[in-house]
Design a protein around this ligand. Structure first.
Ligand code: NG1
Ligand code: MG
Length: 521
């Protein structure tokens, strides 16, 4: 399901009807301010949304499929471009934000033949734009050769995905930036797959070993559907519609207002999990596959993944007569892997560097160079068992969820078969696994989920990276009010929140469109 990023003729091509009353003035403000700032109109707007992950948490970087959906909130760039002066050694970027008092305008020159300078150690609001710019320049140079001359650009940004809230404002900004730079440089038919892959790699350049779920959801999503994203054997995505239910099933996004910043806590949280999963893959390969088998180099952030182990394991198994006799379904394979991981990775307390290195037949410095040199991590013990069990079981839950959506047995009129409860139960199991095995929840998120379930949600769990940020809840439309009230009474009223925070604390999210381009008329 690839193809070019679509052009929108009207805003109703982009947003659900309910959002138009707020989006139309927002877009008008953007193009009006652009003209006031730069003295001429913008020529186009590039747009990419945030996302909420429905199910499939912390498995994208192990290359297992996930099921996110785009939200309405997005990053917009109004853009105008002019060719750089002939023979110029640099080109110029002028970038500003509609919230001029919060985000100061920046002007910078970039060498035509050199690289874009990004200081990932400093929080600077234009870093994500710069990472998109850098990725596109590398791609266009590869495509057009050294004769490629980037254009000067003027940009005005308006982003309304809450930052640090688990809704992937970063992927929205990187994807919209990359799209803006491609189109400004004359590449107007931007392939969605190419844009997604570029945005994934670009975002990794700013300090997080991320998987590709956010960028895929931001670029590929279609209105009214969730997106089933696969990373193996290659990136692919397809929309999955929710069957009609009565009352309507809503996805409610609830903020915890506990901030977790991956750039800061990466060494003990997110990046450490990426390292643990890759080490688990190498460990399982060393113990379970025939001697000398190497895991394939793949698109995972560290180049090998649990998915890579999965494939080599069954390839070598099918060599034996007994195994060759039966072909396993994906579900059966994952169940087998779950059992095998539990039987092999027996140390509940985790594994030291010495223990892992010994099994891999390498030295500790070699282990560190292989797994911990790209980004630093801080840990004495690596919980390979818990992480691998989470990944295999979560991959199974994604398949279970997808099967329920695609083969609904309920009647549509009422939930006689427990369809809603089954979907909800999978979300609840994910929460338990994130809390106990992956250790990426936090006390506040656990509370929020419990409060919401007691007030009528079918399922509730942390969404996105976790350790704070937000949660997603499956709630029938007629119980949204009681869930919201319970959260207000038992959680939000006990925290000091600004009026703005209160207003964004609980949001019913309807699946929205992915990346789009709009020509300013
Ligand atoms: P957040 O932090 O919610 O944007 C992160 C990763 C995803 C995925 C989830 C966990 C980035 C940019 N994104 O999402 O790829 O691994 O955590 O499922 O780091
Ligand atoms: Mg992010």
């Amino acid at each position: 399901m690839s193809g070019p990023v679509p052009f929108a003729n009207t805003l109703s091509d982009v947003y659900p009807a309910a959002a138009l009353t707020t989006e139309a003035p927002r877009w008008n403000n953007l193009v009006t301010k652009f003209e006031a700032l730069y003295g001429h109109p913008a020529s186009f707007v590039a747009r990419s949304p945030g996302r909420v992950n429905i199910i499939g948490e912390h498995i994208d970087y192990s290359l297992y499929s996930v099921l996110p959906m785009a939200i309405t909130a997005d990053a917009l760039f109004a853009v105008a471009a002019t060719p750089a002066a002939p023979g110029a050694k640099t080109f110029r970027i002028r970038i500003a934000n509609v919230e001029a008092d919060k985000f100061a305008a920046k002007d910078f020159e970039v060498p035509v033949a050199g690289d874009v300078d990004i200081d990932a150690t400093q929080f600077e609001w234009t870093n994500y734009f710069k990472s998109g710019l850098r990725g596109v320049l590398q791609l266009l140079r590869k495509k057009h050769g050294e004769a490629f001359r980037p254009v000067n650009m003027e940009l005005l940004m308006d982003g309304n995905v809450p930052v640090g809230g688990g809704l992937s404002s970063s992927a929205a900004v990187v994807s919209a930036s990359a799209l803006a730079v491609m189109v400004a440089n004359g590449d107007t038919s931007v392939d969605k797959k190419e844009l997604t892959e570029l945005a994934i790699v670009s975002e990794r350049a700013v300090g997080v070993n991320s998987g590709g779920m956010d960028q895929a959801a931001s670029v590929f999503s279609e209105q009214g559907a969730a997106l089933y994203v696969s990373f193996s054997p290659e990136l692919s995505a397809r929309p999955v519609k929710f069957p009609p239910t009565s009352p309507e099933l809503c996805f409610v996004i609830v903020q915890s207002f506990v901030t977790s910043n991956k750039q800061v806590t990466g060494p003990i949280h997110y990046n450490l999990r990426v390292v643990e999963c890759s080490m688990a893959a190498a460990y399982l390969n060393a113990v379970l596959n025939p001697a000398g088998v190497q895991l394939p180099e793949d698109a995972g952030p560290l180049g090998i993944s649990l998915q890579g182990f999965h494939e080599t394991f069954f390839r070598h198994q099918s060599g034996s007569a007994a195994a060759a006799a039966q072909t396993l379904s994906k579900e059966e394979e994952l169940k087998k892997l779950l059992a095998v991981a539990e039987a092999t990775l027996t140390q509940e307390e985790g594994y030291t560097r010495d223990e892992v290195a010994a099994v891999l037949g390498i030295t500790v410095p070699e282990l560190e160079a292989r797994f911990m040199s790209r980004l630093p991590v801080r840990a004495e013990r690596f919980k390979l068992r818990q992480r691998a069990v989470h990944v295999f079981s979560e991959a199974l839950r994604v398949l279970g969820f997808l099967t329920l959506l695609e083969r609904p047995v309920h009647t549509g009129a009422s939930d006689t078969t427990g369809f809603n409860a089954q979907l909800g139960e999978l979300l609840n199991e994910t929460q338990a696994s994130c809390r106990d095995l992956y250790e990426c929840s936090c006390a506040e998120l656990d509370d929020i989920c419990a409060i919401s379930r007691a007030a009528g949600a079918y399922g509730a769990r942390v969404t996105g990276a976790g350790w704070g940020g937000c949660s997603v809840h499956l709630v029938p439309a007629d119980r949204v009010a009681s869930v919201t009230e319970a959260l207000e009474r038992e959680y939000f009223s006990k925290r000091e929140l600004t009026a703005e925070q209160r207003a964004s604390a609980v949001v019913v999210s309807r699946p929205a469109t992915g990346s789009a381009l709009y020509y300013v008329k």
